[in-house]
Write a protein that binds this ligand. Structure first.
Ligand SMILES: [Zn+2]
Length: 79
């Protein structure tokens, strides 16, 4: 796991290696969640799984939001 900055918007991001072996940029903020099928959030867990979840501040597990979902310049990443 490596912290860097988005080249498009300057946000702090973390690169996580997903279970398929690809590196994926996510926002560095931890989101505490409860796993839920068809939940509002798509999160990437620290070990690289993509899951559906609901936000839950009282939870003890966390994941990260894909930076593709939050970057104002996401279009530029898709090349
Ligand atoms: Zn960005």
């Amino acid at each position: 796991m490596k912290v860097s900055r988005c080249r498009s918007c300057g946000a702090e991001i973390i690169w996580i290696k997903t279970q398929t072996g690809k590196s994926m940029p996510v926002d560095s903020e931890r989101i505490y969640y409860t796993p839920k099928t068809n939940g509002l959030l798509k999160l990437v867990t620290p070990d690289g799984r993509v899951i559906s979840a609901e936000p839950d501040p009282s939870s003890t597990v966390w994941g990260y939001v894909s930076h593709f979902a939050t970057c104002p310049y996401a279009d530029r990443h898709r090349k």
